[in-house]
Ligand binder design. Structure first.
Ligand code: UD1
Length: 340
């Protein structure tokens, strides 16, 4: 019998790519999203790519009653992948209450339902931001967490603790995936990052600038003590990242996880600077990018990249795509999106 998996935030960027991977691996999927930063065009793309019409609940998980309707209609859900959350670091500094209320209340509600409806596996979108301002990289899962640099980061730190405490005496087993910097798009060109709000993340800012949606862009800080002065991050292709969720579910469904909660870094373990990313974009696409060098962005960490050996050893996960794949697919997607 097929396992049924609820994907919250399923019309969003990482959620929609993960739905494709789940369907390709024989899972049945139910999607929930409040649609505030994505729309159902991703479900149309999923239908074209997989032939599956994924059931969709347009609901806000902060509404417990509405959340329960999913489980009343689908009491056979055995796994949940919880993506739904606000994720703009700068906005979270301006509106901390909004972030705490939205990201934590929705998490508490979905955990409540997971326990009540005897869900077996719960995968949580955490972030490398939980490590805070680290002094050395690579970081592994045992690296001590520093003070969060933003309320967004705090919701991920607190979220990890809420899950750990809540499921302790239940049947639920959980995996916390700490994502590094997801980027790129589906190789079909039909699916990619398409946020309702203007993106703040580096790769969509680059492609939007190159296509002319933005006049130019700024490199935030070129005076860091790194090889070229700009910040170092670990950019992971969204298709590789999606696979980590499916493998995490499998691990729990196959009773391989002994502890109630386990944590995995999901990055490719290769740190690249902002200027190297721009260089990769220009090389892969042949486009010349108009950018200026500017001051540091408050809250930015100088350098962080992952040690993902635990995910490789336990989940059998390893990245197969690199920065060139990221740029190629992100650019194809941007060109398609801009024609609409
Ligand atoms: C941060 C969080 C990440 C979170 C993500 C959500 C950390 C370490 N990472 O990623 O966990 O999921 O936000 O949005 O806290 N940059 C520019 N110009 C731009 C945009 C970005 O130079 O216009 C630079 C940034 O200064 C940074 C790099 O590009 O050095 C990546 O930035 P971004 O894509 O925003 O991601 P993070 O801040 O690393």
């Amino acid at each position: 019998m097929k396992q049924k998996v609820l994907v919250t935030g399923g019309t969003g960027y990482i959620g929609s790519h993960t739905i494709i991977d789940l369907l390709e691996n024989g899972y049945e999927v139910v999607c929930a999203d409040n649609g505030i930063n994505s729309d159902t065009s991703s479900l149309d793309a999923i239908r074209i790519l997989t032939g599956v019409d994924v059931p969709y609940f347009h609901i806000d998980l902060c509404d417990l009653k509405a959340t329960e309707t999913i489980f009343v209609q689908h009491p056979d859900i055995t796994g949940i992948i919880h993506f739904a959350a606000l994720k703009a670091v700068g906005e979270s500094v301006e509106k901390p209450i909004l972030y705490f209320r939205n990201n934590l209340e929705s998490l508490i509600n979905i955990l409540d339902m997971s326990i009540k409806y005897e869900v077996k596996a719960f995968i949580f979108s955490s972030s490398c931001t939980v490590y805070g301002d680290v002094t050395t990289s690579p970081v592994d899962e045992k690296t001590p967490l520093q003070e969060a640099a933003s309320p967004y980061g705090r919701t991920k730190q607190i979220g990890e603790k809420i899950i750990t405490d809540s499921i302790k005496n239940s049947q639920v087993k959980s995996i916390l995936l700490r994502y590094f910097n997801p980027a790129g798009a589906h190789p079909s060109g039909l699916l990619g990052e398409s946020p309702v709000n203007p993106p703040q993340n580096l790769v969509p800012v680059i492609t939007e600038t190159a296509i002319g949606r933005r006049a130019s862009m700024t490199v935030f800080g070129t005076d860091y003590p790194t090889r070229d002065g700009s910040c170092i991050r670990d950019y992971i292709h969204v298709v590789d990242l999606a696979k980590a969720h499916t493998l995490g579910l499998k691990y729990i469904f196959h009773d391989k996880q002994e502890s109630p909660v386990d944590i995995y870094n999901v990055g490719i373990g290769n740190g690249l600077t902002v200027l190297e990313i721009i260089d990769a974009f220009e090389k892969v696409t042949g486009e010349k990018l108009s950018y200026q060098k500017g001051p540091r962005r408050p809250g930015d960490v100088m350098a962080i990249y992952s040690d993902y050996s635990k995910a490789a050893a336990n989940l059998g996960w390893k990245p197969s795509l690199d920065v060139e794949d990221i740029m190629k697919t992100a650019w194809v997607w941007e060109k398609r999106r801009s024609q609409k």
